[in-house]
Design a protein around this ligand. Structure first.
Ligand code: NAI
Length: 361
């Protein structure tokens, strides 16, 4: 029988109940499985609207504090995202600390599954950066509180295409409402990161007639985008400063800091990456520069909509497409709210999500 220990950080934060800059959480669980070597943190920000639902990231964090901060930030974002998407779920997130040592991956994922099971449905997991559908199969061997696994009829599974679709409709609606473009024909878009979401998004944008500038740390991905979409390859250091109409961050978080914002030339920023703003104030910085920033937790909800409907067993592929497309309508509503309240879209989205969190379901 596997033993689940409470993980003791070798470098504890000064006050784990008030990590600077992070929202207070309902619960934070540290897990350590001595047999597989698995170390994980499950952060549950809120269960006000229902069980906490959010993916499981596996990442080689340099320090365990980094893993803690990432889990808190991502988990808080899931509360905002699930609320704005009108899902009957709260916000939570798991991070597994990826070790340099060789591990039995399936055993590690099963150990993680046992952690999820021990939370008795207060947290539901799915794939995220660093984990795959196969990993969720391993988790499912141990617990039913998991999603992102294709059903026999093909419904569900990898959420990335739905995430990409949500970002696509967000860009399309913002270009229409704010910039008077009836379609994306000839619109210049820089995509940072050509992974599961960025790759799908690039295809959709290309098919809609957009011109693409792309960057990825993996040169195979940029070459593939150049060949398939006639995309211009840009150095990852410089993609943020591309002379384009839209900048779409689809790699990792924290890319919108003061330095990057000063270099931005695109009047619209909308992408899939979670926690794009390095600090909350960067939303105001973008607003002050006249750049329209669509908050990540609004536009990248397509994936959670997909795995949530799969989990609830209430979805069809067509219904999920329709629900993901509602993200475009929410972008339009957000712009109205932001203008009516005289605040930045980031602040208006936060306020809107807080109202929904307070209403519960
Ligand atoms: P992924 O791991 O498949 O792709 C990330 C890509 O970014 C990779 O191709 C990687 O080489 C590239 N990359 C890494 N550092 C880079 C840099 N400095 N410059 C340029 N490219 C770089 O991840 P995925 O699933 O596409 O997710 C991307 C982002 O979207 C993540 O922040 C994730 O949390 C977020 N997200 C993903 C969802 C999903 O359904 N997959 C749902 C909601 C958010």
């Amino acid at each position: 029988m596997m033993k689940i220990d409470t993980f003791k950080s070798p470098n504890p934060a000064d006050d784990v109940f008030a990590v600077p800059g992070e929202a207070p959480h309902e619960r934070v669980h540290w897990f350590h499985d001595a047999v597989s070597g698995m170390q994980a943190i499950v952060a549950i920000h809120s269960t006000a609207r229902g069980p906490a639902f959010g993916g499981c990231r596996m990442w080689p964090y340099v320090r365990s504090q980094d893993a803690l901060v990432d889990s808190l930030r991502l988990s808080h974002g899931m509360s905002l995202k699930n609320a704005l998407a009108d899902l009957p779920f709260g916000g939570g997130k798991a991070v597994i600390l990826k070790s340099a040592a060789e591990v039995d991956r399936a055993a590690l994922l099963r150990a993680f599954g046992a952690c999820v099971k021990s939370l008795e449905g207060q947290y539901i997991t799915a794939e995220d950066v660093g984990t795959t559908t196969d990993d969720m199969h391993a988790v499912q061997e141990v617990t039913r509180y998991v999603s992102g696994i294709p059903r026999e009829d093909g419904f569900g599974g990898d959420p990335s295409p739905m995430t990409a679709r949500g970002v696509f409709v967000s860009i399309r609606e913002a270009m229409r409402v704010r910039f008077g473009r009836d379609n994306l024909q000839g619109v210049r878009i820089a995509v940072q990161g050509l992974g599961a979401v960025g790759g799908s998004l690039s295809r959709m944008l290309h098919e809609a007639g957009a011109r693409l500038w792309v960057a990825d740390t993996d040169p195979c991905r940029t070459k593939a985008a150049r060949d398939a979409f006639d995309a211009v390859i840009v150095d990852p250091q410089d993609i943020v400063a591309s002379d384009v109409d839209v900048f779409a961050p689809c790699a990792l978080g924290g890319v919108m800091d003061a330095h990057a914002i000063a270099r931005l030339r695109a009047p619209l920023v909308a992408g899939a990456a979670n926690n794009q703003l390095a600090i909350a104030e960067d939303g105001e910085l973008l607003h002050a520069r006249g750049i329209l920033y669509l908050p990540d937790f609004l536009v990248n909800a397509g994936g959670i909509i997909s795995v949530a409907r799969e989990y609830l067993g209430t979805g069809t592929h067509e219904a999920v497409l329709g629900e993901v497309d509602l993200i475009g309508s929410r972008v339009v509503e957000l712009l109205d709210r932001s203008a009516a309240q005289g605040i930045s879209p980031q602040a208006a989205a936060h306020k809107w999500a807080q109202e929904k969190l307070a209403m519960r379901v």
